[in-house]
Ligand binder design. Structure first.
Ligand SMILES: O=C(O)[C@H](O)COP(=O)(O)O
Length: 313
């Protein structure tokens, strides 16, 4: 009977249905107990993780029988894919299963930050009526710039087009003639990165963290964004210079920012302090891709992939 270890949270119904008959250890706390995880991986055929379990080095050494890693998400920066390949361990990301969740997060953040009307509940309760101060902006007619135009960015573009945004994107890996640039929801303008940064009212990031994308949106890039623009990072921490975002919000150059991902997760006292008192800022704990619905989809896709790999269709 194949042995499966799940070291972070997933939908338990997917374990019950897709991994029925397997010896499955589901312990979402294992990610924080490396010794127990190493012990659990002895003799394990499969490991299922989210984005916190570091699948590399010592962990792989403790998992001599591992054949497959299921990733409950799409980012692979917590997995040493080359080392897995060398050891003959297959890696399955849950491609496509959380696209809609991230796209909705981006659109919702853009609307909240442009409109700026939703932070006044306390004032209204107290009898204030700050109508002029809360006269925000509409999303319709605004220019959305997508840095990276993969599956999540395309879902974001579809929703943005429906809301009347003009959508542009930069993606050096996507050929100019690729049909993705002309989806049924309306054409997406292909731009170089500098133009995209300079001509977007809302700039949203959709790239993995690589040597090529680390620090891509630094202080200089932010300075080239139009005054009042909104920046959204639901991709990976490290792509954006967090201190530069805080400074640009404080200075009033950026009109708003939503950060779901950070260089260091969770924030510590020092990194958190950098954001204290910064206006028009939404911080969320790497949750853009995680909804009740996407958790069900991602878990099912991942458990199915692991099952197929171990025992076939
Ligand atoms: O890479 C992803 O899909 C997102 O970061 C979500 O990952 P998670 O499933 O580990 O939360």
């Amino acid at each position: 009977m194949p042995k499966v270890v799940v070291s972070e949270f997933m939908d338990e119904a997917a374990i019950a249905t897709e991994l029925a008959g397997f010896e499955t250890l589901y312990d979402p706390g294992l990610v924080d107990r490396p010794g127990d995880l190493a012990e659990a991986l002895r003799g394990a055929d499969a490991l299922i993780v989210r984005n916190r379990t570091q699948v590399r080095g010592a962990l792989l050494d403790s998992a001599a029988d591992l054949k497959v890693v299921g990733r409950l998400g799409v980012g692979l920066d917590n997995i040493d894919v080359d080392a897995c390949n060398q050891r003959g361990i297959a890696v399955y990301p849950a491609t496509g299963a959380n696209d809609g969740a991230v796209a909705e997060y981006v659109i919702a953040s853009a609307m909240l930050l442009l409109r700026g009307a939703y932070g006044a509940t306390g004032q209204v309760v107290e009898g204030a009526w700050p109508r002029n101060a809360l006269m925000g902006r509409e999303i319709g007619g605004k220019r959305l710039g997508l840095v990276g135009f993969g599956a999540i960015a395309r879902e974001t573009a579809r929703r943005a087009s429906a809301l009347g945004m003009e959508v542009s994107a930069h993606d050096p890996f996507l050929a100019p003639g690729d049909p993705a640039w002309t989806p049924p929801s309306g054409p997406v303008i292909r731009r170089d990165l500098a133009t995209l940064i300079a001509q977007s009212d809302v700039l949203s990031l959709h790239v993995p963290l690589t040597e090529g994308t680390r620090g891509l949106i630094d202080g200089a890039a932010i300075a080239r964004m139009p005054k009042g623009a909104v920046l959204i990072n639901a991709a990976r921490g490290g792509v954006v210079d967090e201190a530069a975002v805080a400074a640009a919000l404080k200075a009033g150059h950026l009109g708003g920012a939503a950060l779901d991902v950070f260089d260091r997760e969770p924030l510590d006292a020092q990194t958190g302090a950098a954001f204290a008192g910064v206006p028009n800022l939404i911080l969320t704990p790497h949750i853009a891709g995680v909804t009740q619905e996407s958790n069900v989809r991602v878990s099912a896709v991942t458990a199915k992939a692991v099952r197929r790999h171990l025992i076939g269709p």
